[in-house]
Ligand binder design. Structure first.
Ligand code: SD4
Length: 336
């Protein structure tokens, strides 16, 4: 049995012993945690976490909502809108890199405590795809709109048109295009274009929500959609258990329904950290060639416990609570 398999087997045994049941207690801002016979009441402390360094500013915006007793759903939308509007960010929102044909297409999704969810994919020329995703969730009977349909819907909802890609981004793309060899290569994904923002929040009422938004794989094939707008892949929230989001190579995340997998592992009793590690192990086990295959998962359980793990070192995330505001290196800092 390989090292990887041995670890997973051991952990599954533990989960069976300590299967946990999480349910809101009668007092609205307390949770009752049941581990077999033991019960404890834990106060709910609002918390927001999000992927990568841009998460610091995004969390600050989310905290304005959470810190004033607002709803997690509003927090995760407000938070990632900051990143979407950042014209210096090359992998989220209007500053993002285009596809091979020079079109910037954006993907996003959002999910609330009642398992309501909305998503847009391949949305072009509209800022704030996360807010369009929320409108899909709230104003239509559907979960996901793509391409021209998503754009028409956004315009009808009053979203403004924006001209993309930005001038300087277009210039870079043109240079890339000129390189005949690059054109023949698989589109590039590396640490520079691995900067999707996924955000998870727990509010004062003990409710969880999440959001995820990206311009996807830089110079991707036209029409390519990654994990980020796909509920269960780039993001998943189950208010009974926890929430998870992903960043990195979307194809690998989709293959294991990554965020859903992390949440289901938490349901089985694994900690957020163990759940992220096991999902990463599953990705590793399913790919013979891991060259350039970076994936990171972030997880938050119903009690505000956090976990994160990635295939390679280098994945980090931002955390904000009433008591702290911090960047965490997922590779090293486990005990903040
Ligand atoms: C994608 N997962 O489109 C996104 C890219 C990403 O950090 O996460 N970058 O595959």
């Amino acid at each position: 049995m390989s090292e990887l398999k041995r670890r997973s087997f051991f952990k599954l045994g533990l989960a069976g012993l300590f299967l946990s049941v999480l349910k809101p207690s009668k007092a609205s801002n307390y949770l009752e945690e049941t581990f077999g016979e033991k019960r404890k009441i834990v106060p709910i402390e609002p918390i927001v976490i999000s992927t990568w360094k841009h998460g610091v500013d995004a969390n600050a915006a989310a905290w304005k909502v959470l810190g004033s007793s607002g709803r997690a759903l509003d927090a995760v939308e407000a938070g990632v809108r900051i990143t979407e509007a950042d014209i210096n960010n090359r992998s989220v929102g209007i500053g993002g890199r285009p596809d091979r044909d020079g079109h910037l297409t954006l993907d996003a999704c959002i999910m609330d405590e009642n398992s309501n969810c909305g998503a847009v994919a391949c949305l072009e020329g509209i800022d704030h795809p996360i807010s369009v995703a929320r409108k899909v969730m709230e104003e239509t009977p559907h979960v996901m709109l793509v391409g021209k349909g998503a754009k028409a819907f956004a315009l009808k909802q009053g979203f403004l048109k924006v001209k993309t890609p930005l001038k300087e981004v277009k210039k870079e793309w043109k240079e890339w295009k000129r390189d005949e060899k690059a054109k023949l290569k698989h589109p590039e994904i590396n640490n520079e274009n691995h900067d999707t923002i996924g955000m998870l929040a727990l509010d004062k009422e003990g409710n969880l929500s999440g959001s995820c938004t990206t311009s996807g794989w830089g110079y991707k094939l036209p029409g390519r959609v990654g994990d980020s707008p796909i509920i269960g892949a780039g993001l998943f929230v189950d208010n009974e258990v926890g929430a998870a989001c992903a960043t990195g190579l979307g194809e690998a995340v989709i293959r294991i329904a990554g965020s859903h997998t992390v949440v289901e592992l938490m349901r089985q009793g694994f900690t957020p950290q163990e759940s992220c590690e096991m999902a990463v192990e599953r990705i590793i086990a399913k790919h013979e060639d891991l060259t350039g295959l970076q994936v990171g998962f972030l997880a938050l359980d119903k009690f505000g416990n956090v976990g994160a793990h990635s295939v390679y070192y280098g994945f980090n995330y931002a955390i904000q609570t009433a008591k702290m505001e911090k960047m965490i290196d997922a590779s090293y800092d486990r005990n903040w």
